[in-house]
Design a protein around this ligand. Sequence first.
Ligand code: PBG
Length: 337
Amino acid sequence: MAEQWQKHDMDFLGGRRLRRTRQTAWSRAMVRETTLTPADLIWPLFVIDGHNEKTQIRTMPGVERLSVDLCVQAAKAARDAGIPALALFPNTPDQLRSENGAEAYNPDNLMCRALSAIKSAVPEIGLIADVALDEYSSDGQDGLVRDGEILNDETVAVMIKSALVQSKAGADIIAPSDMMDGRVAAIRAALDDSGFEQTQIMAYAAKYASYFYGPFREAVGSGSRLRGDKRTYQMDYANSDEALREIEQDIVEGADSIMVKPGLPYLDIVRRAKDSFNIPIYAYQVSGEFAMIELAAAAGAIDRKGAILESLHAFKRAGANGVLSYFALEIARDLGK
Ligand code: PBG
């Protein structure tokens, strides 16, 4: 009786046995919908002053801040592994930080020195320069602060000056991560006026006020300074329609590509952006996401390499053209084996 019932139930499946294509490795390889290559990976580097100097980041095990000469070596390794571009973030020495963040447009600042050193030694790799004040200001905010308010237009004026010194130093892509209104158009106009028509803008278009940036703030030295939060300029994590408006606005203003940030908790935004716009989309697997994988793996809770590969494929599946990831070098090397 029981057997008859089961037979009947199985008949209902007919030809739709979805497990059939999963039975062997070769078949799984044939039906695979997304692939990951080194060209999908952008590697963020933290830059410090000094020579042959590297420092640990407590909350990012395995990631080190590097002096400019070591950044050059890292750039060579990245190029050899097939990574197309690096994203640079300076840890500005304390004495150079100020309320007005003037170090951001010092043509000889750490960022510019790293850009020009890498550009001349490793011209084949793309250089993405972050534009925001938190890496230069004394208060850890991405914009200028007056009486507790983050000033928009005054900040944009500083962002323009910062983008110009970075372009002169060798940045190929300017990546404003400050979330001020109107900064993409303003930076585009300034670049064009100064002969940098070919310098791209990768806009951090949908950047959320996120708890997942904690380790990054330790890495660039802004976290302990930060008073309050960034919710008057970065987006509310409850919103998604608003992300599309932000992206649309940055495209209208002249962005060449856009970024969604953080990554894994915001894959719905990546997918909506992919379905709505015809522009390259990058996602940032941010420091807190990195830390979650590393610390969970260290605790024996998950398989480290497996979880990394799964997370990176998830970005591609969601529609990202590429991923900024602290795992980039390791994974690009693995993929090349
Ligand atoms: C701000 C900036 C941040 C990150 C990149 N650019 C931090 C913030 O907005 O507070 C975070 C990246 C990460 O967490 O890995 N200039």
